[in-house]
Design a binder for this molecule. Sequence first.
Ligand code: PLP
Ligand code: ZN
Length: 409
Amino acid sequence: MKRYVLICKNCGAIQKQDLYACSVCGGALYTRYDLSDKRRLSAAIRNANEFWDYAPLFPIEQPHKAVTMKEGFTPLLNAGGLGEELDISRLYIKNEAVNPTGTFKDRCMSISVSKALENGDKALIIGSAGNAGAAAAAYAALAKLPCYVFVPASTPKERIAQISVCGAKVIGVEGGVTDCIRLIKEAAPKRALRNITTAAVYNPFQADAEKAIAYEMAKAMDWNVPDWIIVPVGGGGILAGIYQGYKDLLELGIIDHLPKMAGVQEIGCAPLVDAFEKSSPSAEIEEARSPAGIAVAIMDSFPLDGASALDAIYESGGQALAVSGGELMAGQLLLARTQGVYAEPASATAIAALRRLREAGTIARQDSVACVITGSGMKQMNLTAEYLAEIPCIKADAGAAEELFDALQ
Ligand SMILES: *Cc1c(COP(=O)(O)O)cnc(C)c1O
Ligand SMILES: [Zn+2]
């Protein structure tokens, strides 16, 4: 018996076999696990010491053959320094920057590529703003599968380099990440390429990867739940996944309530925030018209998992807010200067949002808060370099050094 069933979001049909889209209507699928064996699953979650220890809650039949680089199981840092700065007494940072390729996408790709091998797939394709592509390329290399990565043509060349170096074929598309994802939808099945894009509509299996972030945080907090979890939103998958993880823990009786979810986007590409502000039904998110901003990892003009993310925000009594480029860069600096954690711009939106929510009083001083730092600042160092002041330069002699110290002190 399978540990999970695949159900169509659109027509509700339960699939008879592992598929990537509904056999009846072509709709998006999601996995639902049988959580009735509470004792066994709770023990698995409580005793886990690495990402793949959660395999009973992953859609993989043979976890011992998983394609893994020890992704996940990232540290939950006690962010006292930052908390002091922002007047929050219990603040945590879930640091996904330490994943093998620098973002949480490694979790999704470990599962996706493992699934592809189980299926006997011979080649992979993905539409990405860069981070999922870099993770796909790395895990494809490990699995010895060819991989095609479609990225926006405007993607910074350092991001492309991280993909190409693993041997994946990178194709630039004149448009945004949403265009890349749309473009490969038709091409993938025709060419027998497995689409491993990190959106549930195209790849329902990877969505389970992000639940583990919740399991890990709960364990690190000794099965306490933060009042707030602040998560950057691109497609919306990570926010929805973390919330689902907490729902699993609730159903298993490991925790007794759910956190409030706050989703953050950048002004200029904030379709989820627009929908939240209008109290729109989650099925009625409108595509952003001319997306623009500096947080390239979350420039999704249409959030493909936005409905699930918005449902999580509504249901939890959470928030959705958009921050400016200036605010998120200030957040990047503040996090680095208080905690030594260098977040990528998309991730630094969480710090900017935290400041806003605290200043508005939405988050109280005594609330416990976790910010998910989704990726590493090393992904986009040029932006920080442009933002920071030039360094002083001196002649290589002792007199010049003395003069400089005198000036600085
Ligand atoms: C992909 C990504 C996000 C957004 O994740 P979604 O699941 O698409 O919402 C946020 N931050 C970073 C660094 C990412 O790579
Ligand atoms: Zn269907």
